[in-house]
Design a protein around this ligand. Structure first.
Ligand SMILES: [Mg+2]
Ligand SMILES: [Zn+2]
Length: 191
């Protein structure tokens, strides 16, 4: 007998949960969680979603930071959220540069597929939320619903989005608005 599948919200990190920077987030001193992020994640958790981060960290491959520093940032993120009783189920990140042609750098679905398999997830019942086109492409390729948030440093214009091959299912101002939207969708789904 197989156990029922889990549902998840897959989240981009930089520009979605925390302030992004053109110079990359290279150390925990540069890490600034958006003040509304804990409230948003609390909603997802209450709705029964696993919370999984899928992130590109090419600053490692570019030699601007180290795997150790990225792990430390992620530990800060996890412990900060733990104080609000939010647990992150898992974090996957790609350390490679675009030229490395790996399968785990978004829009590649390597890390997402791994997460789906390792945590027994129903992709169609899950969401991928991020601030860039790559996030939307990644989520859509795996069959998740996608939400674009406008808190990144290069937030795409509405007109540009119309020309994307995969358009987001929804666009939200930020992760909290995205969580409120998912909450509404869940309510109508359970009716
Ligand atoms: Mg981002
Ligand atoms: Zn990679």
């Amino acid at each position: 007998m197989t156990s029922p599948k889990n549902r998840a919200v897959f989240l981009d990190r930089d520009g979605t949960l925390n302030e992004d920077s053109v110079d990359y987030i290279k150390s925990s001193s540069e890490f600034r969680l958006f003040e509304f992020t804990p409230s948003a994640l609390r909603i997802f958790q209450r709705l029964g979603f696993l919370i999984i981060i899928i992130s590109n960290q090419s600053a490692i491959g570019r030699g601007l930071t180290t795997q150790r520093a990225v792990d430390e940032i992620n530990d800060v993120l996890k412990s900060t959220l733990q104080e609000s009783n939010i647990s992150i189920t898992d974090i996957y990140y790609c350390p490679h540069k675009p030229e490395d042609k790996c399968d785990c750098r978004k829009p590649g679905t390597g890390n997402l597929e791994r997460a789906i398999a390792e945590h027994n997830i129903d992709a169609a019942g899950s969401y991928f939320i991020g601030d860039s086109q790559k996030d939307i492409q990644t989520g859509a390729a795996a069959g998740c619903k996608s939400i674009l948030v406008k808190t990144g440093i290069n937030s795409p214009l509405f007109r540009a989005i119309q020309n994307w091959d995969r358009r987001p299912d929804f666009v939200a101002e930020n992760i909290l608005e995205a969580a409120q939207l998912v909450e509404c969708l869940e309510r109508s789904r359970n009716k």
